[in-house]
Structures are given as structure tokens and as C-alpha cells.
Design a protein around this ligand. Structure first.
Ligand SMILES: CC(C)(COP(=O)(O)OP(=O)(O)OC[C@H]1O[C@@H](n2cnc3c(N)ncnc32)[C@H](O)[C@@H]1OP(=O)(O)O)[C@@H](O)C(=O)NCCC(=O)NCCS
Length: 198
């Protein structure tokens, strides 16, 4: 229910840690590369994400984590359930006027609402920490679960574009979505009404 959307808490003294009801989102480190590679090395994930290569080797994870240490164009969080890595979520700032939400979860963790919970945490964090007017996101037309997450978070469909997917080695249609600050703020403030019997 809309009124049940809590804001993730930002851990004091550790600005890159977000906590939700079940998950902890934190910066990935080199100690996580084995877990990241194990989770990401699945064609079902690579085929739905634009830049994940397949196969995804430990070297890819090392390169990625090292790049994240200095790359200010991306905000990336490792998602943990009970201290066990389950996936990644983040914002790509390559287009500063159109920061883009992206996420993936290890296949064994699908279907438990983690994707929605992690996406909501990062959306709240981004609107609260940065003076942006909107977020964008895209989901392959053949990716109903991701579309569902975006719509549950308040994203509105804005059109279809062709995008290249590294693992496919080709371009494919992507549904594009936008979440404006005003819609986000409206959802966050939608408190339940009280009904009085006449
Ligand atoms: C997309 C992804 C993150 C979803 O993670 P998840 O934790 O399973 O997602 P959630 O459980 O939060 O929500 C998925 C929603 O899609 C729905 N769904 C699942 N399969 C579906 C289908 N075939 N058709 C329509 N809806 C579907 C679920 O029922 C759920 O909606 P609900 O909460 O209203 O029931 C995960 O499947 C994934 O990592 N996929 C590969 C990478 C990817 O697609 N990343 C996004 C790139 S845009």
C-alpha cells in the first residue's frame, strides 16, 4: 500500500549505507567480488541489463569495484539480505540531467519483493540527497517484472527506444520510464484517509 512506503534510514557516519525493512545497501568492496561474480554470471540477468557482460567473470567484478572507487558518474550499492549479497542497485549519472536507475538480483533471490524494496530505497536516497527533478529508467519490452517494479515505484511510461545490450550483442526495444520529483513526493505523502460511519 502506498502509505506503507518507509524512507530508508541513512546510517550515521556511513553515508553510503541504506537500510530497509529487510535489506542493507552498501558500497561494494574488493571482498565482495567473488559473490558479485557468482550472482551476476547468469544469462537471464545479462540479457535484461544493458552493460553486464556474459559470461561474467571475477575479473569483471574486480574491474567494476575498482572503477566504482573513483567513478563519480555512478552511485552503486551492493544489496544484502542478512549480510548475504543478493544483487546490485544504483544510479547512473552519465547524463547529469537524467540520472538513471538500474538494478539486478541473483536469480535465486527473485520473487521476494527485494527488487522493489531496493529500488525504493535508492529512489528515496537520490531525491533526498540531490536536487534533481526526475529519475529515468528503462526495462526491455520483454521484461515484465522490471516494468512492474518501476510502475510500483511511481515511474510513468514515456516511450520506447532501441538500446544495445552487451550480452545480446545487438539492440532491442526498451520501455522508457520517468519518475518526477512531484510524483515521488506525492506518493511519499499519501497518508491514509479515515472513514467515519454516518
Ligand atoms: C527485475 C528483477 C530485479 C526483479 O526482482 P524481484 O525481487 O523478483 O522483483 P519484485 O519481487 O520486487 O517485483 C517483481 C514484480 O513483477 C511481477 N512479475 C514477476 N514476473 C512477472 C511476469 N512474467 N509478468 C508480469 N509480472 C511479473 C511480480 O509479481 C512482482 O510484482 P508484485 O509485487 O506486484 O507481485 C529481477 O528479476 C532481475 O534481476 N532480473 C534481471 C535483471 C533485470 O531485469 N534488471 C532490470 C533491468 S531494467
Amino acid at each position: 500500500m502506498l502509505q506503507d512506503i518507509p524512507t530508508p534510514t541513512l546510517r550515521e557516519g556511513s553515508p553510503c549505507v541504506l537500510e530497509t525493512e529487510r535489506l542493507m545497501l552498501r558500497k561494494p568492496t574488493l571482498a565482495d567480488v567473488k559473490a558479485i561474480a557468482r550472482l551476476a554470471n547468469d544469462r537471464r540477468i545479462a540479457e535484461m541489463t544493458r552493460r553486464l557482460p556474459h559470461p561474467y567473470l571475477q575479473d569483471h567484478a574486480v574491474e567494476f569495484v575498482r572503477a566504482m572507487e573513483t567513478d563519480t558518474r555512478q552511485t552503486v550499492f551492493l544489496i544484502e539480505d542478512n549480510f548475504v549479497p543478493v544483487g546490485m542497485v544504483g544510479i547512473d549519472w552519465r547524463e547529469p540531467d537524467a540520472p538513471e536507475l538500474g538494478y539486478w538480483l541473483g536469480v535465486e533471490h527473485w520473487g521476494r519483493g527485494f527488487g522493489t524494496e531496493a529500488a525504493r530505497a535508492v529512489i528515496d536516497f537520490t531525491f533526498e540527497e540531490f536536487e534533481i527533478e526526475h529519475l529515468i529508467a528503462g526495462a526491455r519490452v520483454a521484461n515484465p517484472p522490471s516494468r512492474n517494479i518501476l510502475e510500483k515505484c511511481g515511474f510513468q511510461w514515456s516511450g520506447v527506444e532501441l538500446h544495445r545490450f552487451e550480452a545480446l550483442g545487438s539492440s532491442t526495444p526498451v520501455d522508457c520510464f520517468k519518475l518526477t520529483r512531484s510524483v515521488w513526493s506525492s506518493l511519499k505523502n499519501w497518508n491514509s484517509s479515515t472513514r467515519h460511519q454516518a
